[in-house]
Design a protein around this ligand. Structure first.
Ligand code: NAD
Ligand code: IPM
Ligand code: MN
Length: 346
């Protein structure tokens, strides 16, 4: 029987309940489709940091490398560990080390979910650059704490990094409705973003079948609310993609619905699947977080592993549940109720 080794990193806050819920659904899908999931759970989190002084062991990345995929809940517990420490100690190094440069975030309304735009139909695939740009971690602070303090955060955009994410996005557009929106702020940022626009134009010659339009990030934010039905594939840099995908989550009804896949397209290292949302400290112990975002991310993992039928079965189960109204109103149905409904629908 075919077997996949999955690294499970529940992380912090609701991440723990969300991965538990998703894992039960994924195990069921595996059973029904004739393959086996072998999970190894890693306790790497802010609690782990408080015990050991690191978010993961020194050989953490090497440990993860042999897995077929990683399923992650959420990282961050800012009341105890500064976010810049926890995220740069676990989540961001995984994305970068495993060259998961394509962060795929689908935004569409699930059956039965109205969303704040009152059921305007849309189907957007956000492709977020996931390894460089504004998240390069280059910079520093001088004269700290004084009136002369200066902080610099350097965005690094490489030809290799920009070309590969744009190429990935063009390919996605080609396989969908043939429309690509490339998002920058090249009116204000005259190096990196003008460079991004240049590369977009250069590559567009190779994709005459794709209609590509460049937008400024501010205009795109408005368009996603006012006319989301005009968008197909949207590609953006690391930070802009981060912001647009919480906006995407909002128009699809909330962060409890937004899934995400951190893909290494070359498949020379594991890819990682996690919801768009974080550890949600405000609702962490209440049992009311929506597991659908993480379950959908799990479906993306099944798809990536080549288990298309199982992936489709999970998506069908999600939509059967939301169509029945369960999980569609934030905070109303308990995590357990939604998970039980998903298992029953499978
Ligand atoms: P968040 O996404 O955790 O929460 C934002 C809002 O959305 C909150 O009101 C929360 O209750 C709600 N929400 C989130 N997920 C939900 C769900 N499944 N069901 C219902 N409601 C949900 O963002 P934040 O508050 O800015 O961040 C909290 C922590 O998580 C921080 O430490 C942050 O750095 C971290 N974070 C981690 C990741 C990740 O690991 N991938 C992503 C985003 C934020
Ligand atoms: C996300 C998160 C992370 C990001 C944070 C927690 C570093 O917001 O996955 O969207 O910005 O990538
Ligand atoms: Mn985010």
């Amino acid at each position: 029987m075919k077997s996949y080794r999955i690294a499970l990193i529940p992380g912090d806050g609701i991440g723990r309940d969300m991965t538990a819920a998703a894992w039960s659904v994924l195990q069921n899908a595996a059973k029904a489709h004739g393959f086996v999931f072998e999970a190894t759970e890693f306790p790497w989190s802010c609690a782990f940091y408080r015990e050991t002084g690191t978010m993961m062991p020194a050989d953490g990345i090497e440990t993860l490398r042999s897995f077929d995929a990683i399923l992650l809940g959420a990282v961050g517990w800012p009341a105890q560990v500064p976010d810049a420490v926890s995220l740069h100690g676990l989540l961001l190094p995984i994305r970068k080390s495993f060259v998961q440069y394509a962060n795929i975030r689908p935004h569409r309304l699930l059956a039965g979910v109205e969303g704040p735009l009152k059921a305007t139909a849309f189907d957007i695939l956000c492709i977020r650059e996931n390894t460089e740009g504004e998240y390069s971690g280059a910079g520093g602070r001088i004269h700290q704490g004084t009136a002369d303090e200066v902080a610099v955060e350097t965005s690094i955009f490489t030809r290799k990094g920009v070309e590969r994410i744009l190429r990935f996005a063009f390919e996605q557009a080609r396989s969908r409705r043939g429309k690509l929106a490339s998002v920058t702020k090249s009116n204000a940022q005259k190096y990196s973003m003008v460079f991004w626009d240049d590369v977009t134009r250069q590559l567009s010659a190779e994709y005459p079948d794709v209609e590509v339009t460049s937008y400024h990030i501010d205009a795109m934010a408005a368009r996603m609310v006012m006319a989301p039905e005009t968008l197909d594939v949207v590609v953006a840099s690391n930070l802009f993609g981060d912001i647009l995908t919480d906006l995407g989550a909002a128009i699809q009804g909330g962060l409890g619905f937004a899934a995400s896949a951190n893909i290494n397209p070359e498949r020379n290292a594991p890819s990682m699947f996690e919801p768009v949302h974080g550890s949600a400290p405000d609702i962490a112990h209440l049992g009311i977080a929506n597991p659908i975002a993480t379950v959908w991310s799990g479906a993306m993992m099944l798809d990536h592993l080549g288990e298309k039928d199982a992936a489709n079965a999970v998506m069908t189960a999600i939509e059967a549940v939301t169509k029945s109204g369960i999980g569609t109103v934030p905070g109303r149905d308990r995590t357990d109720t939604i998970t039980a409904a998903l298992l029953a629908a499978l």
